[in-house]
Design a protein around this ligand. Structure first.
Ligand SMILES: O=C(O)[C@H](O)COP(=O)(O)O
Length: 203
């Protein structure tokens, strides 16, 4: 009998584009996110293979009991669904196509693949409840949110998350999945919030 699974998704902390390593701000964000995640007592901590996700996960792990970061190395290629013109209603087409034209294709979370999605989505495979942290990238968080809500695949383009923002999805057997929280930044002081958030979606 499958059991409920909570996925604690976070975008990596702020990184320096030149080095790919976390900035001082990013270090502080990761530490505070780790302290926040401790309250959920997660049993697993997964992360993508790029340095900014790896470094964030290792800083977080210092705050969690009995959890070792595991890279989703076997995941293969992954890119969020690229919206096709015919999928997007006419009223939104210009904005969506403009957004897609501005994002660099190779940056689309290549380290999380189909296998990772199979591992991470849906209720727990066993009979025990699962609580798992995933440190990843903006578009993959957006894609998982869209999928959890059964939204059309192209809708991930209008979901924004900031560095170290916390998103929680609950997968319950025999019920629809729930978006518990999206881009929660309460664990960060004001000067550490909203970094990396897409400017065109900024409140
Ligand atoms: O791949 C992505 O999700 C986007 O390019 C944003 O990347 P980032 O979350 O690594 O900044």
């Amino acid at each position: 009998m499958p059991a409920t699974r909570h996925l604690y998704l976070a975008r990596h902390a702020q990184a320096d584009p030149a080095t790919g390593k976390l900035t001082d701000t990013g270090h502080r964000q990761a530490e505070l996110l780790g302290a926040r995640l401790r309250e959920f007592a997660p049993q697993a901590l997964w992360h993508g293979g790029l340095p900014r996700a790896t470094q964030t996960a290792h800083l977080i792990a210092d705050h969690l009991e009995g959890v070792t970061p595991v890279e989703l190395a076997e995941a293969g290629d992954y890119a969020p669904h690229l919206p096709q013109r015919h999928e997007v209603p006419d009223a939104h087409a210009d904005g969506v196509l403009d957004f897609l034209a501005r994002i660099p294709a190779p940056e689309r979370s290549p380290e999380l693949g189909q296998r990772a999605l199979e591992l991470l989505t849906g209720p727990a495979k066993g009979s025990q409840e699962r609580r798992e942290v995933v440190i990843t990238h903006a578009y993959l968080v957006a894609w998982l949110v869209t999928a959890a809500l059964d939204s059309p695949p192209w809708r991930w383009v209008s979901v924004g998350v900031a560095n170290a923002g916390l998103t929680i999805i609950r997968y319950t057997p025999r019920s629809p999945s729930s978006l518990v929280t999206l881009n929660d930044l309460d664990h960060l002081p004001p000067d550490l919030r909203w970094t990396g958030f897409p400017p065109h979606l900024r409140p």
